[in-house]
Structures are given as structure tokens and as C-alpha cells.
Design a protein around this ligand. Structure first.
Ligand code: ZN
Length: 346
């Protein structure tokens, strides 16, 4: 700054205030602050000159400098707020909506068909008083096989190709693995649960088999449970799921953890029983496997098999979706192909 006579202080103040009024954006107001009020700015240079005044003028000059500094600082704060408001207005103006532009469409997702069916099946069983029970995917061999009446050398183990995580741990090959876990929590009281979830088998991936698939298991244990209860529960389920006129049929089968064991069929949902390609012209579709819980399994679950009996059933969810929608390839369910999935968006 040029050396100015002390009486120029008020002139400087007026000029500074005039240029402040011209600073109408953030950049301008920052530059003004640096020039005048910052530690290296002009105002500080006026302060430094106070000490250089003759003693008798020093106090009066100091007061004038303070007055000018306060005036500039006050004006600066006011202008800064005004600029902030202006900047906000400008930014709103930049974002304003052009109503003549075409709209952006909202994309909405949909549930995977497997999720939809699991929820539907759960809803039906919840209405019948069943609770949902979750059990581990990585399961002890003990719960997946041994306690379900399949000791190490049991030939039934060969029916299920298994992913072993260690000598004692497997990826569960069926939701039945949760049966004994549920029983041990409820015993000696009655139990009525469904166990939904992913299961894993070490198989070749083909049209009909995947290495992962969903099952829902059902388990009911109590004093007066009989085979007719199994039929009643499953008929009720089939009618709620597939229509009021639905019929079921039981055929003898074999599972190590039920005795007797049955396969349960429903009337073909596509042809109504007349016979079509999907039901291989039999009029029936295989729905699930079931039976009375084997006494050994009841005992492993902590029950006295002379006192109580149980029914159990397990169904494959992908298989059910395939039947309901006439899908011929199980691999679609895990490929996440939107062309496939969009067909199920409701
Ligand atoms: Zn049919």
C-alpha cells in the first residue's frame, strides 16, 4: 500500500465499502476479504501505523482505525450473507425442472419366483399353526445323516451326493437336517415347525438337477399324531396352494428317517387330471416326500417313541415353481437372467 496521509483513512473506508457492494459472488467476496480484512490486508497496515503517530495523536487515530475496521467487518458479514443467499438462488435456478423434457421411468424390482413360492407356502403353514424354524446351512454330519437314521455305512447316504466341508461337516443335503435340532429344542413338548432353505448336492448341473435348490420341510410331533394327520395337513396345504378342488394321492416309498414313507402326488395342475405332456399323461404330479417320523429319529430328538409320534414332509421349491409355471429347465433359477425373472414380476 502506498504511504497515505492519515486523513485518507475515511476515504479508504468509503472506497472499500463501495467495492464490497460490487462483490456479488463467492469468488468476489473472498478476494475482497483477502485484500482488506485478512491479516495481510490493508486494514492491518492502518493498524500498524497507529504506533508511528506522535504521542498526542495516537489515541484519536487508533479510535478512527478501530471505527473503520468495525465498519468494514460489519459490512463484510452482511454482504457475505447476501451473497450466500444469491448463490443458493442461482443453484436452485440451475436445478429447476424443465417440464418439456421426457420423464425418466422408475425401475421397480420384483421377487424371485422361488421367494414368492416360499412365502406362499410359509403363509399356508403359518395359518395351520406351524412356526418357521431356521437351521444351519453348514451342518454337522451328525444332524444331516446320523441322527436321521443314516449311520456312516448306511446305503441311503449314496442317494445324496454330498459336499463335505471337513470330516464332520457338510453342506446340508436336505432341510431334514434341522429336524432333530428343532425336536431337541421342543422335546418333550409337541412341535409344529416348517424348515425352509437352500440345500446343496454335489451333482452334475442338468435340466433337472442343480447343485443348490430350496426345500421346505415340515415336522409335527405330538401324542395323538397319526398318518391321517399327515394326509389332512397335506390335503389342506394342496387345496390352499393349488385350488379348492385339488386332490392328493399317497404312494408307498422309502426314506431312512420315516416309517412308513410315502410320495404324495397332486392332480396335474395343467391338465386337471386328463393327462398331458407335463404329467406324462398320468394326470398326477409328484409333489413331495413324507411319512411318520422313524422311532429312532424321535428318540434322537429327545422324545419317547412309545409316547409320541410325528409326521414329516419335505418338498422341493424349484420343482413346485416348475410345475406351476410349466418351466422345463431348473438352471433358469440361478442364472439371474432378467428375461426369465421379469416374467414373474407382479
Ligand atoms: Zn397333466
Amino acid at each position: 500500500m502506498q504511504e497515505q496521509p492519515e486523513n485518507d483513512l475515511e476515504t479508504y473506508q468509503d472506497e472499500a465499502l463501495a467495492t464490497l457492494a460490487l462483490a456479488t459472488d463467492e469468488k468476489g467476496i473472498e478476494a475482497w476479504y483477502r485484500k482488506h480484512l485478512a491479516p495481510s490486508g490493508t486494514m492491518n497496515q492502518w493498524r500498524k501505523r497507529i504506533g508511528a503517530q506522535p504521542a498526542e495523536q495516537r489515541k484519536a487515530f487508533g479510535a478512527r482505525v478501530n471505527t473503520a475496521a468495525t465498519a468494514l467487518a460489519t459490512a463484510f458479514e452482511t454482504q457475505k450473507r447476501a451473497v450466500a443467499a444469491l448463490e443458493l438462488e442461482r443453484s436452485i435456478a440451475r436445478q429447476s425442472v424443465d417440464v418439456t423434457l421426457p420423464g425418466r421411468s422408475l425401475t421397480s424390482g420384483g421377487y424371485h419366483p422361488v421367494t414368492t413360492i416360499i412365502r406362499e407356502v410359509e403363509r399356508v403353514f403359518h395359518e395351520m399353526g406351524f412356526l418357521t424354524f431356521e437351521s444351519p446351512h453348514a451342518e454337522l454330519d451328525e444332524f444331516n445323516f446320523e441322527l436321521l437314521n443314516m449311520p456312516a455305512d448306511h446305503p441311503a447316504r449314496d442317494m445324496q451326493d454330498t459336499f463335505y466341508l471337513s470330516d464332520r461337516t457338510v453342506l446340508r443335503t436336505h432341510t431334514s437336517a434341522g429336524q432333530v435340532r428343532a425336536m431337541r429344542i421342543y422335546a418333550p413338548h409337541p412341535v409344529r415347525v416348517i424348515l425352509p432353505g437352500l440345500c446343496y448336492r454335489h451333482e452334475n448341473i442338468t435340466l433337472r438337477s442343480e447343485i443348490q435348490f430350496h426345500q421346505i420341510e415340515g415336522l409335527l410331533v405330538g401324542k395323538s399324531v397319526r398318518l391321517s394327520d399327515l394326509k389332512g395337513v397335506l390335503l389342506s396345504f394342496a387345496r390352499k396352494m393349488f385350488g379348492r378342488e385339488q386332490r392328493i394321492r399317497m404312494r408307498g416309498s422309502y426314506f431312512p428317517f420315516t416309517e412308513p414313507s410315502v410320495e404324495v402326488d397332486i392332480r396335474c395342475t395343467l391338465c386337471g387330471g386328463a393327462g398331458c405332456r407335463v404329467c406324462k399323461h398320468s394326470g398326477w404330479l409328484e409333489l413331495l416326500g413324507a411319512g411318520l417320523v422313524h422311532p429312532v429319529v424321535l428318540a434322537n430328538g429327545g422324545y419317547d417313541p412309545r409316547e409320541v409320534r410325528g409326521i414329516a414332509f419335505g418338498m422341493g421349491i424349484e420343482r413346485m415353481v416348475m410345475l406351476l409355471h410349466g418351466i422345463d429347465d431348473i438352471r433358469h433359477f440361478f442364472q439371474n437372467d432378467l428375461r426369465f425373472l421379469r416374467q414373474f414380476r407382479s
